[in-house]
Design a protein around this ligand. Structure first.
Ligand code: SAM
Length: 333
């Protein structure tokens, strides 16, 4: 099961590249509020490195780009933009003075390259990326072998000789480390060593909690929220739906199991906005991507999106995006 879960990172990254090459990302608002000038270059550079290392992963990306349906690109757009904007807002609020420090911990980071943009935009941020060893090794090998990534992340030391692989990246402001985040014996020592429990922390789980068993996910939430004095958790996931005639969750579960023997153990447990939000301690807010699309995008941005690809299935967007949520939780202990 671990291997199948790790593979989901390829889908996430392929979708991101598709949304970037089709000009969904970065959004107008991202460009207004942050340093997204090199966003496309960063992602295409990473793709180039994937091409030279894994034909299979690269084929996945090109296939996703060729066949990308508008609904997928809208989904990736909403997921990425909503997370980035919430993260930016929180960082701005918590980094008012030049001496302020915060840390971002991305649990199940996969190939996400968000740290590049945020480390460049916010000098007071420290960033920790964690994922399973194979995922981390692939990502760190690329980051440490590429001159542009080395420069932007300030990775020192000799360039590794190909085809050696490296299991981590450790710099002053950025660490990428292997860790099964549901195993406290691995997680807690890493958090103790590389983060500071008295410094405000943002925890990111983007399409990660949905793959964990209920008890493991709740243990992860209670472990992490029990460590940091002040924190903000941003979590993005699908929810199964709670209405009696809502078949979204069961169809999704069947499809995932049939096509790749993959399960989402809590899709039908935290199947509504209320249930999803209640799994977190502290003060939580939650919204569906449909709500985000309708109420948080400027009209001009919705118009811009419409020009990118022909989209006639607005009802389909509503059904799908009502089943994806972004939840944010503030806590203090
Ligand atoms: N968060 C990234 C993003 O949205 O681009 C990747 C999402 S991908 C769908 C799920 C990721 O979670 C995979 O990279 C997988 O390896 C990671 N993951 C799932 N369970 C994990 C665990 N117990 N420990 C570490 N990583 C985990």
């Amino acid at each position: 099961m671990e291997r199948v879960i790790q593979e989901t990172d390829n889908d996430a990254f392929s979708c991101k590249i598709s949304a970037i090459t089709k000009r969904y990302l970065p959004s107008s608002e991202q460009k207004k509020i942050g340093n997204y000038e090199h966003y496309e270059d960063i992602h295409l550079e990473f793709c180039k490195e994937i091409k030279s290392r894994s034909r299979r992963k690269y084929a996945n990306i090109t296939k996703a780009c060729r066949h990308s349906l508008p609904v997928m690109n809208y989904g990736t757009y909403l997921r990425t933009v909503s997370i980035d904007l919430k993260l930016t807002q929180w960082l701005k609020n918590n980094l008012e003075n030049p001496a302020d420090k915060v840390q971002v911990i991305n649990l199940g980071c996969g190939s996400d390259l968000r740290m590049m943009t945020f480390l460049a935009s916010f000098p007071g941020v420290q960033w920790l990326d964690l994922d399973y060893k194979d995922v981390v090794t692939f990502k760190s090998t690329i980051l440490r072998s590429n001159a542009k990534f080395r420069a932007s992340l300030q990775i020192e030391g000799d360039l590794p000789e190909e085809p050696s692989s490296i299991e981590n990246v450790i710099t002053d402001r950025y660490q990428l480390l292997p860790c099964n985040v549901t195993d406290d014996e691995q997680l807690i020592p890493i958090l103790k060593k590389y983060t500071d429990f008295s410094v405000p922390a943002v925890i990111l789980t983007e399409c990660v909690l949905c793959y964990l068993h209920e008890s493991k996910a709740s243990q992860l939430i209670s472990t992490v929220t029990g460590l940091y004095k002040q924190g903000y958790w941003i979590s993005y996931d699908p929810i199964g739906g709670s209405q009696t005639n809502d078949r979204f969750g069961s169809i999704m579960q069947d499809n995932l199991m049939e096509s790749r023997q993959l399960s989402m153990p809590t899709l039908m447990v935290f199947n509504s906005e209320d249930k999803y939000k209640e799994r977190f301690p502290g003060k939580s807010e939650i919204q569906t991507m449909w709500d985000y699309y309708q109420n948080h995008l400027e009209d001009s941005e919705r118009q811009r999106l419409k020009t990118l690809q022909f989209l006639d299935e607005i009802e389909e967007l509503q059904v799908i995006f009502s089943h994806y949520v972004i939840c944010t939780t503030n806590w203090r202990i």
